[in-house]
Design a protein around this ligand. Structure first.
Ligand code: PEP
Ligand code: MG
Length: 579
């Protein structure tokens, strides 16, 4: 059985399946008043109806893909949600115990599961996984944030999950983890970005229900083609072994060239730097031959708690990066919490559209004390290496000026305290909101560089949520609007004498390198793992040809045609490096 999803992180993993559908913690419990009973019951009905609809949709999809046999799984799930005995038990519990609907449902289901687990029949015992699955789906429809409860097996394994949040992925014990596959997810979610940083082969957005796969089923994750293969035949395994060794050979060859200059055949220099989320990635940055860190995503410091570490701890972290990467530059991006990433503090009301909400610089500007800690830490660390700072999700000049002012205040304070820092610390702005790209000429006089965050720039330009698999097909890096915005940004930057880089995932997509370089992008910041490959890509290109390609692309009307155009150059110049 082969499932195809989105190739989220390259590599081949072979091993037994471990499913983490099970073992989730209880939702929050609170007391309700008698008048609330009707409303709570209505919430329960709504969550059940929503789940049934999702299951029906899944069933229809599966039927159209692979016939009736598999879709019976969902029929059983739907039947469970139509079990009057169970439904009325929840209704009763809400009224008699005066508990919130999600908790009442959870408690009833736990009792039911307990009873099931005691049944000696192994077939029925197996069905508990289905019930747990339904239970989780209903809880998700209540918008309960299910805690990740991932007990690491002691043996190596491939993880299957409904979905993984970036914090799940970041906090997993990776010692025994060979790879993972999820039903949900998309290529530019932070979960996928982390998988690539960690070098864990991953497939996301399978769209099919895989969390009922029996534990220990032998499987292969093909992170190049986005496949999950269950019970692979010996021939399939041999094929993957050959592919893995071919990729390994290529990697060794590329590693050997990592110190060569990153300039095109006709002598045009491009800075190639690395994106990092964690200090542990620093050794990989050095190993890769990257020229510094082009994006340090500091929001991952939130992983150890729900608050940013204090000024001293942050100073220590940034100093460590700066010292290790010296004499090259590190660009510290100020906190970019929110969206699909870790929240900086729990909001009283969940946001209906988190990507359009409280994230990036908006959070920092509304939490001056927290912002001050971070800026002071960056400044203090700048005394020990070469550091720049940049601000995420800036949508216009006023936010940029407010951020700059906050930085200036911190500089004045440190001056008064006699604390040394780099007074010429370069300041950049991320261009990742279309309004910022369109107004790049207005922003340029106030910064030392632009770094284009294409992951967000694409999602906001074409109005496609970067983590929503339902609209993933519309997420097109080569959309003419995206290409034009990148071109416009570079142009505004060069008119004002500042450089423009790209630190979004487009920078590491080697099909697009001819186009980006041709558009005049001077720096590419990519996952450390692929630095050697992108370096070789740059060395294989001809700048004059890239410029001609970009010029033509800017006149084209369709994303597919633009992709074909840049891909043709990539195929001509480095066919062996394309996956
Ligand atoms: C981007 O949006 O392209 C970017 C680099 O930032 P992040 O992926 O962290 O939002
Ligand atoms: Mg971004």
């Amino acid at each position: 059985m082969t499932y195809t999803g989105i190739p989220a992180s390259p590599g081949i993993a072979v091993g037994p399946i471990h499913v983490i559908a099970r073992g989730f913690s209880a939702p929050e419990i609170y007391e309700i008043s008698e008048e609330d009973v009707v409303d709570e019951r209505a919430r329960f009905d709504e969550a059940v109806a929503g789940t049934k609809k999702q299951l029906n949709d899944l069933q229809e999809r599966l039927e159209s893909l692979s016939g009736n046999a598999d879709s019976e799984i969902f029929e059983a799930h739907v039947m469970l949600l139509e079990d009057n005995n169970l439904l009325s038990k929840v209704s009763e519990a809400i009224a008699s115990r005066l508990q919130n609907a999600e908790y009442a449902f959870y408690a009833v289901m736990q009792n039911f599961l307990e009873a099931m687990r005691r049944i000696p029949d192994p077939y029925l015992r197996e069905r508990t996984a289905d019930i747990e699955d339904v239970c989780q789906r209903v809880l998700r429809n209540f918008k309960v944030d299910l805690d990740f409860d991932y007990e690491t097996p002691d043996d190596t394994h491939i993880l299957l999950a409904y979905d993984l949040s970036p914090s799940d992925t970041a906090s997993m014990n990776r010692r025994h983890l060979l790879g993972f596959a999820t039903e949900q997810g998309s290529i530019n979610s932070h979960t996928s970005i982390l998988a690539r940083s960690f070098g864990i082969p991953a497939v996301v957005g399978l769209g099919a229900s895989v969390i009922q796969v029996t534990a220990l089923t032998p499987a292969v994750i093909d992170g190049y083609a986005g496949k999950l293969v269950l019970n692979p035949t010996p021939e399939t395994l041999a094929g993957y072994a050959a592919l893995a060794s071919e990729k390994e050979k290529q990697r060794t060859e590329l590693d050997a060239m990592r110190d060569e200059a990153t300039e095109t055949l006709d002598g045009h220099k491009v800075t190639l730097s690395a994106n990092i989320e964690f200090l542990e990635e620093l050794h990989e940055v050095k190993r890769s031959g990257a020229k510094g860190v082009g994006l340090y995503r500091t929001e991952f410091l939130l992983l150890n708690g729900s608050e940013m570490p204090d000024e001293a701890e942050q100073t220590a972290a940034y100093t460590k990066v700066a010292k290790e990467v010296a004499p090259d530059l590190i660009i510290v991006r100020t906190l970019d919490a929110g969206g699909d990433k870790l929240p900086v503090e729990p909001l009283t009301e969940p946001e209906p559209n988190p990507f359009l909400g409280w994230r990036g610089i908006r959070v920092s500007l509304s939490r001056p004390a927290m912002f001050r800690d971070q800026l002071r830490a960056v400044l203090r660390a700048s005394h020990h290496g070469k550091i720049a700072v940049m601000f995420p999700l800036v949508s216009g000049l006023s936010e940029l000026l407010a951020a700059r002012e906050a930085l200036k205040r911190c500089m004045d304070e440190l001056d008064a305290e006699g604390v040394p820092f780099d007074p010429k610390l370069p300041v950049g702005v991320m261009i990742e909101v279309p309004s910022a790209a369109i107004c790049a000429d207005i922003l340029a006089p106030h910064v030392d560089f632009f770094s284009i965050g294409t992951n967000d720039l694409i999602q906001y330009t074409v109005a496609v949520d970067r983590v929503n698999p339902h609209v993933a097909k519309l997420y097109r890096p080569t959309h003419p609007a995206v290409i034009r915005l990148i071109g416009k940004t570079v142009e505004a930057g060069s008119e004002h004498g500042i450089w423009t880089g790209v630190c979004g995932e487009m920078a590491g997509d080697i099909r697009l390198t001819p186009l980006l370089i041709g558009l005049g992008v001077e720096e590419l910041s990519v996952s450390p793992k692929i630095v050697p490959k992108v370096g070789q890509v740059i060395r294989s290109l001809d700048f004059a040809q890239c410029k001609a390609t970009a010029k033509e692309a800017l006149r084209m009307s369709g994303s597919a045609a633009i992709m074909d155009l840049t891909l043709a150059v990539a195929r001509e110049r480095y066919p062996d490096l394309l996956d």
